[in-house]
Design a protein. Structure first.
Length: 144
């Protein structure tokens, strides 16, 4: 008696290799977009803290006897989270940016700088006493 031929068929090596190549192409297209979206998300920290600095600076000036903005002695970062306590801002321990405030009695400029994706470019955001928020160096779109 001869065994009955099996109707089950497996995949050939070429079919498996084609699937692997297709998955590789899809991954090559998806991973850079994913990395770009995560760095864009990290930029929201700078935008939120700078807007908070703007609002709190305005409040500080209105409450100040000298009618002046607060200018701290040094930058605020994860290493020095309490540098902006005078304007009621505390920087979180996992902060990616360093915040500096410069200016005088009638104007200020707050700057956030940070390396959010471990490349040589430094992401920089600036807000001034008018509330204009600008991304002066966009680390997401900088090509190395």
């Amino acid at each position: 008696m001869r065994p009955k031929p099996s109707s089950e068929r497996g995949f050939t090596l070429i079919e498996l290799m084609i699937v692997v190549v297709i998955i590789g192409i899809l991954a090559a297209l998806a991973i850079p977009r994913f990395m770009q979206s995560t760095t864009k998300t990290k930029q929201s920290e700078a935008k939120l803290v700078l807007k908070q600095i703007y609002v709190n600076e305005r409040t500080y000036r209105q409450q100040s006897l000298a009618n002046a903005y607060y200018i701290p002695a040094g930058p605020a970062s994860a290493a020095s989270p309490n540098a902006l306590n005078e304007i009621w801002i505390e920087i979180m321990q996992n902060a990616k940016y360093t915040y500096t405030i410069a200016g005088g009695a009638n104007a200020f400029t707050a700057t956030a700088t940070g390396n959010i994706d471990d490349d040589p470019a430094i992401d920089t955001w600036v807000i001034d006493h008018t509330g204009a928020l600008v991304n002066t160096i966009d680390d997401v779109t900088v090509v190395n």
